[in-house]
Write a protein that binds this ligand. Structure first.
Ligand SMILES: NC(=O)c1ccc[n+]([C@@H]2O[C@H](COP(=O)([O-])OP(=O)(O)OC[C@H]3O[C@@H](n4cnc5c(N)ncnc54)[C@H](O)[C@@H]3O)[C@@H](O)[C@H]2O)c1
Length: 344
């Protein structure tokens, strides 16, 4: 039996289940979506009657993929009490969850995240969606999974780059107040990087539970959940300027963004400079690039202002006083520009 933690996100009960093997991951699922890379990982475990295997990658995170899955649900005669599954990274889990929220106005949903990012972030917390009209995640719903089934064994085949991308989000949870996560990433770096089983299991569990506790208090991001965007305002703007061309992974952009957010806080007199230095050292030790070339700071600032997360015309930055002490604040453009310049 998996170790299970029960949560309630808004009106949705949601269990986080930690598995020690891949064998039972697909029990009870009526239809499962994968991508081309995740289906082969599970070929020996997955025996659902019905499946969809999408091409891998963000380029396929669109309404036509959703339609494809809904068609399979319909032709398989699934009902509202049927269970739809999604086994893959954040692209697959976001889309499977979106489709489940639509099919018969909401059917049962089980997510099986297979990237570190999907385990500690995308699959937990109920945000679903697809890209549309050139905007990321602009169409979607809040629809937490009935169960998220986590098996860290799936991470063994993940590329170094994807692993480090997810690790930036794990480290972010450490900054925000997941104390055990912080201790592990600080003190066990070689084991973390080597994906050593016991350390990885604990790291993932603590990071996921941290996120789940935040979401439990604020599913629809009207308060504390926004803190999870630490570094993301900078990161999204940088990714937009780079046109998501693969120069940086999302996590690499988030690492750069967290470093920038703490520098901004120091400029404002909000952040303890020692804390900023400690985080900078840790991110550097993990190999994240915190100084980038070939990007114009004015373009990053411009992209930031277009960010869909801006509220009432003002970008609010997630800042920190120190570890676990986080706040939201609008900041003058000139200071933001200087902070961006310093990171390029
Ligand atoms: N819903 C949310 O709250 C939330 C939060 C963060 C990110 N996201 C979304 O998540 C997506 C990014 O997720 P991602 O980084 O997991 O990307 P992804 O789903 O594209 O996966 C990255 C790559 O790894 C491959 N892969 C997946 N699991 C593997 C494994 N175990 N072994 C080998 N290869 C594997 C995939 O096929 C893909 O090529 C974005 O679309 C983003 O918008 C959603």
């Amino acid at each position: 039996m998996p170790e299970t933690f029960a949560f309630r996100f808004g009106e949705f009960p949601s269990n986080l289940c930690f598995y020690t093997s891949g064998e039972d991951l697909f029990a009870g699922l009526d239809v499962v979506s994968f991508d081309q890379n995740t289906f082969p990982l599970f070929a020996k475990y997955a025996q659902p009657q019905h499946r969809v295997v999408w091409p891998a990658g963000e380029a396929h995170k669109d309404l036509s993929s959703i339609e494809q899955l809904l068609e399979v649900c319909l032709s398989a005669g699934l009902g509202r009490d049927s269970t739809l599954g999604g086994a893959g990274g954040g692209v697959v889990t976001d889309m499977a969850a979106f489709a489940a929220s639509l099919y018969m106005r909401g059917c049962r949903l089980v997510l099986i995240p297979t990237t570190l990012l999907a385990m500690v972030d995308a699959a937990v917390g109920g945000k679903t969606g697809v890209d549309f009209g050139g905007y990321k995640n602009i169409v979607g719903t809040f629809y937490p999974a009935n169960e998220v089934r986590i098996w860290t064994g799936a991470l063994k085949s993940l590329s170094e780059r994807e692993y480090l991308s997810g690790l930036a989000e794990v480290i972010k949870h450490g900054l925000l107040g997941a104390n055990r996560v912080w201790d592990l990433v600080k003190e066990q770096r070689p084991a973390v990087l080597a994906r050593q089983n016991s350390v990885l299991d604990e790291l993932v569990r603590e990071a996921v539970l941290f996120k789940a506790r935040v979401v439990e208090k604020d599913l629809r991001e009207v308060g504390e959940r926004a803190f999870l965007n630490l570094g993301h305002t900078f990161a999204h703007a940088l990714e937009a300027v780079l046109n998501f061309d693969g120069t940086l992974s999302h996590g690499e952009a988030v690492a750069w963004g967290m470093d920038r957010a703490l520098s901004l806080g120091v400029r404002l007199g909000v952040t303890d400079p020692q804390w900023k230095d400690e985080v900078h050292e840790l991110l550097t030790a993990y190999g994240y690039r915190l100084r980038l070339d070939g990007v114009l700071p004015e373009e990053v600032l411009g992209a930031m202002k277009n960010d869909k997360k801006k509220k009432s015309g003002t970008v609010r930055f997630v800042l920190q006083k120190s570890r676990g002490e986080t706040l939201l604040q609008p900041v003058d453009d000139k200071l933001v520009l200087k902070t961006i310049q310093e990171g390029l």
